[in-house]
Ligand binder design. Structure first.
Ligand code: TYM
Length: 325
């Protein structure tokens, strides 16, 4: 089992990122079949949408801190910044020459981003999934733990791998996504949209208790007073129940009592406290780690050297097969 995954450093990590991705990363790091796991802060992906250069470096380091504080163990996994391993963009260029534009320009993520920022119609935005394919295939990964929204990108990666293997000889494995079906954490303000980093829509892993209470209080609910899990009839409350279960419920047995017969306000109070309790140890650890950023920088350099060694080997093989060297 060889794993790769990444998150854009485009703001504070939120519960959607944690429950949709990082939680699985942490579980997988102890899997007996694990041969290699690489987790990146994908800073080159982060610049395909509007960003602020004055705080970007800080955001990258914040994401690394979030990874470590959430429980990724640097003794078991490789942590890296994408832009620090140049093979990622080199292989992406090579993949550009075998990727059909029609695989990219109808992708829902591309269309959504264009709608959000019409002026950001850059080649880089269209090309985003090609860089992602390069991230994954450089390490010959075969398992990619992501949220549901990334599945179309996994398909493109498999198309690119197949095409390369067909043109230049068997080189890349088929890849599989790793995810819990239906696990999409929705916005607290609009259950038709996925949770994002903006405003009151999401809970950031760094939110303090009062912020969590205020955001959960403001979260939209559905018509009808009863609380029960039904994503179609009760999308807003089902999202809150899902968050509750994922953070607390599953390991605490049958807990429907927690919401049966309760008012929305009562259930929200319980949920807010569950989130606050969950975030407390994470935030304490993050605070500790942030006191020695030099140590984190050293750790990254060391891990990026390891990542480069694996990545450069694949790049060399690719170049040889293509007659470039
Ligand atoms: P990004 O930065 O948008 O999101 C990072 C991860 O968090 C998951 N996620 C969610 N899961 C459930 N509910 C939500 N509301 C939610 N919001 C985000 C995403 O599915 C993702 O797993 N393209 C990727 C980054 C990337 C990557 C890669 C991933 C670049 N290269 C190679 C895997 C492998 C992205 O934009 O994720």
């Amino acid at each position: 089992m060889r794993i790769f995954s990444g998150i854009r450093p485009s703001g504070k990590l939120h519960l959607g990122n944690y429950l949709g991705a990082i939680k699985n990363w942490i579980e997988l790091q102890n899997h007996p079949d694990l041969e290699q796991a690489v987790y990146a802060v994908v800073d080159y992906h982060g610049i395909t949408t509007p960003f602020d250069p004055k705080i970007y470096h800080q955001q990258v380091m914040d994401t690394v801190l979030d990874y470590l504080a959430a429980g990724l163990d640097p003794k078991k996994v490789i942590l890296m910044r994408q832009s620090h391993v140049s093979a990622h963009t080199e292989l992406a260029w090579i993949f550009n020459t075998i990727t059909s534009v029609s695989w990219l320009d109808r992708l829902p993520t591309y269309r959504e981003q264009l709608e959000k920022n019409p002026k950001y119609n850059h080649v880089g935005l269209l090309d985003y999934p090609v860089l992602m394919a390069s991230d994954i295939l450089l390490y010959k990964s075969n398992l990619v733990p992501v949220g549901e929204d990334q599945l179309p990108h996994i398909d493109v990666t498999n198309e690119i791998a197949k095409k390369f293997n067909h043109l230049f000889g068997e080189t890349f494995p088929a890849i599989k996504p790793h995810l819990e079906e239906g696990l999409r954490i929705m916005s607290l303000q609009d259950p038709a949209k996925k949770m994002s980093k903006t405003g009151d829509e999401g809970i950031a892993l760094s939110d303090d208790p009062d912020t969590v209470r205020a955001k959960i209080k403001k979260a939209v609910t559905d018509s009808g007073k009863e609380i029960y899990y039904h994503p179609e009839n009760k999308p807003a409350i089902s999202n809150l129940i899902m968050i509750y279960h994922l953070l607390y419920g599953k390991s605490h047995g049958e807990d429907k009592d927690i919401y049966n017969g309760k008012s929305y306000a009562e259930f929200k109070n319980i949920l807010a406290e569950v989130i606050i309790d969950f975030l407390k140890p994470f935030q304490q650890k993050r605070n500790e780690l942030s006191k020695d950023m030099d140590k984190i920088e050293d750790l990254l350099r060391d891990h990026e050297e390891k990542a480069s060694a694996i990545a450069n080997k694949t790049l060399k093989e690719v170049k040889q097969k293509m007659g470039l060297i």
